[in-house]
Design a protein around this ligand. Structure first.
Ligand code: SAM
Length: 298
């Protein structure tokens, strides 16, 4: 989610009124969700952390006043972020998640039977703690899966100091600002590209085509400086205000190279059940961009 006028990371609240959790997409546009009950609010070493119950989205959490994940719509985000590249990959075995301390991306990765290891590098241990305590329906126990290795630390430092190779890298980060700022740079993307196998891919969310066209252009320019093949795709995330874009970046993996039938065949073959959003038609639909979006991403 975005920062409001003159407020960088560390802002506590820009709520319209107490209990009306307000998200600003731009200086002139935002929306609110009413908190039914505040379960946690504290400042961690990196950011303000809040957990609330709400009527429309169930349990959700915010970082620095920005909505991160809700139990009601988390699958819109996590299934699209993970499965578009994961099903395009012939046999993903090793994955790296940067950020994603709520465990939602790890849970989707671990649904693929070929996945032998997921390394999750989250800078803020407090996020993992609140996920364990309050967000079981988001991570589904993935944070304690024997195939998962949890590292608390900066994702850029981890990638820079690593010699491992991965099939998939998932950037499940807060928006540019604060601890994630440097992870939206070509230097970081290049460092990630060096950790990927030639058939591997990196995926990330790149914001709203309606509220943030300039940010999408800048992110795609950075990705194209580090990867020969960058595939932007479109989904919708109610908690973020609607239309939201993601991108898959790779040396060779092309999610557009697979038909809906082939995706559905792979879902069946891998026996990946419990998908609430993603299927072959959705995969194709995500890649079918409206004309105004084509103008933004070209
Ligand atoms: N879906 C959410 C969104 O779109 O904003 C992201 C959720 S995920 C919980 C974001 C995580 O990225 C946060 O827990 C945050 O602490 C983590 N993060 C931010 N900067 C980081 C860094 N430099 N290294 C590792 N994790 C980082």
């Amino acid at each position: 989610m975005t920062d409001g006028p003159g407020e960088g990371a560390g802002a506590t609240s820009r709520d319209l009124a107490p209990g009306l959790m307000t998200e600003q997409l731009t200086d002139d546009w935002g929306f609110y969700i009413r908190s039914a009950r505040q379960l946690e609010k504290f400042r961690s070493a990196f950011q303000m952390v809040e957990v609330h119950d709400s009527v429309p989205f169930g349990r959700l959490f915010r970082l620095d006043g920005h909505f991160m994940t809700s139990e009601r719509d988390e699958f819109f985000y996590h299934e699209n972020l993970v499965h578009v590249p994961a099903f395009a990959h012939p046999r993903p075995e090793r994955a790296l998640v940067i950020g994603g301390g709520d465990g939602g991306s790890a849970e989707e990765l671990l649904k693929h039977p070929s996945i032998a290891s997921v390394t999750l590098v989250e800078i803020d241990g407090a996020v993992v703690e609140i996920a364990r305590e309050y967000l079981g329906s988001v991570h589904g126990g993935a944070l304690d899966d024997p195939r998962l290795t949890l590292a608390i630390g900066d994702g850029f430092a981890y990638v820079r100091n690593s010699s491992e190779r991965f099939d998939l890298i998932v950037l499940d980060l807060t928006d540019p600002g604060g601890p994630s700022e440097l992870l939206y740079t070509p230097d970081f993307y290049r460092a990630c590209a060096a950790r990927l196998d030639p058939a591997g891919a990196m995926t990330l969310h790149i914001a709203s085509p309606i509220a943030h066209p300039e940010r999408i252009r800048a992110t795609l320019t950075g990705l194209r400086a580090a990867f020969p093949l960058v595939t932007p795709y479109l989904t919708s995330i109610p908690l973020y205000g609607g239309m939201w874009m993601m991108a898959c970046a790779s040396a060779s993996l092309d999610p557009a190279g697979l038909s809906a039938q082939e995706i559905d065949r792979r879902i069946a073959e891998r026996r990946v059940g419990s998908l609430q959003y993603y299927n072959g038609d959705v995969h194709r639909a995500a890649l079918a961009l409206p004309n105004f979006v084509r103008l933004i991403v070209r």
